[in-house]
Design a protein around this ligand. Structure first.
Ligand code: C2E
Ligand code: MG
Ligand code: MG
Ligand code: MG
Length: 296
């Protein structure tokens, strides 16, 4: 789904290669001013415990409220930001904004929510990343245990070992680390032995379409079971991404998968909507049929 949805969004600009280049150039050239002007916003998507649907945290997802192109999703500008290097200041802004928000939720109610922030490969290669994270935590007053950083397999796998040293510094600070889209990068599991991580986020493509058809796709079914087992075997928690149906939820829960994220539990929404979710015994209530809520 992600690909087809992305494809449709891109189709807006996809008239031909030239148009696409022009768009990329325009986005790239206007991005620094857009960051200054506050055109980027962060939305938050619920992360729930599958055993009881308790709201444990949220993932911060950046959007660009573009004055002429409208609302842009990360697939449309993160690559451009990585190419230009603007991902470093943009990523720092997202981190600070998400930590500020998580601290504000903490002031408003119990229990605490963990905020999960995506880091790009460019950020993990910044020698001052640990200092940046420490500064942001100090400035916002957020406890490190309430921050999770998400990195993809390809971002942390690096022959220099630098990303691993950086992750160690972050973990020593008390921050949680998650591997994002787990199972879709290089299938080299050796790095998992050295890696200081807490959480494997199983890529949505393993969950997609699963258990909706009869019979379920046995290969994907086995892969998900094995990845959950791998996480637990290593003492890590497993989070399933892209959970869209109650059947998927039930199966994942029976497998012992710890957490879920997906339209079934809630789409990415502005911070105020997360703030309005019930905070005492806050179980995420899911509409009986299909997903409602805003499109991502
Ligand atoms: P991700 O980190 O894997 O985030 C999950 C993506 O899946 C989000 O897309 C989310 O809206 C979408 N999603 C969640 N549940 C469902 C579901 O049930 N069904 C479907 N069809 N989609 C679902 P989004 O917000 O478009 O973000 C795409 C990617 O952009 C993210 O993938 C992440 O890699 C990247 N990204 C987002 N924000 C940031 C950021 O601040 N910094 C960096 N470096 N990357 C970011
Ligand atoms: Mg993520
Ligand atoms: Mg992901
Ligand atoms: Mg992704």
């Amino acid at each position: 789904w992600a690909k087809s949805a992305g494809g449709r969004r891109w189709a807006l600009f996809d008239e031909d290669r030239h148009a696409r280049e022009v768009t990329r150039y325009t986005l790239s050239a206007t991005m620094p001013a857009a960051l200054e002007r506050g055109e980027f916003v962060v939305e938050y998507q619920p992360l729930v415990r599958l055993a009881d649907r308790a709201l444990l945290g949220v993932e911060a997802l950046v959007r660009w409220q573009h004055p002429t192109l409208g609302r842009l999703l990360p697939d449309q500008f993160i690559e451009v930001a990585e190419a230009s290097g603007l991902i470093v200041p943009l990523g720092r802004w997202v981190l600070a904004e998400a930590c500020r928000q998580a601290r504000s939720w903490q002031r408003d109610g119990e229990p605490d929510l963990v905020v999960s922030v995506n880091l790009s490969v460019r950020q993990i290669h910044q020698p001052d990343l640990a200092d940046t994270v420490r500064d942001v935590l100090r400035q916002t007053g957020l406890e490190p245990r309430l921050l999770q950083l998400e990195l993809t397999e390809s971002a942390v796998m690096d022959t220099t070992g630098e990303p691993i040293r950086m992750l160690r510094a972050l973990v020593a600070m008390g921050v949680r680390i998650a591997i994002d889209d787990f199972g879709t990068g290089y299938s080299n599991f050796a790095y998992l032995c050295d890696l200081p991580v807490h959480n494997l986020k199983l890529a949505a493509q393993f969950i997609e379409g699963l258990w909706d058809s009869q019979p379920a796709d046995p290969a994907r079914d086995r892969i998900v079971a094995t990845l959950v087992g791998l996480a637990h075997g290593l003492g890590l928690s497993a989070t399933a991404e892209g959970v869209e149906t109650a059947a998927q939820e039930a199966w994942l829960r029976d497998l012992g998968c710890d957490c879920g994220q997906g339209w079934l539990f809630g789409r990415p929404v502005p911070a105020e909507e997360i703030g309005r979710m019930p905070r005492q015994g806050e179980i995420v209530r899911v509409p009986r049929q299909g997903g409602t809520g805003r499109a991502p």
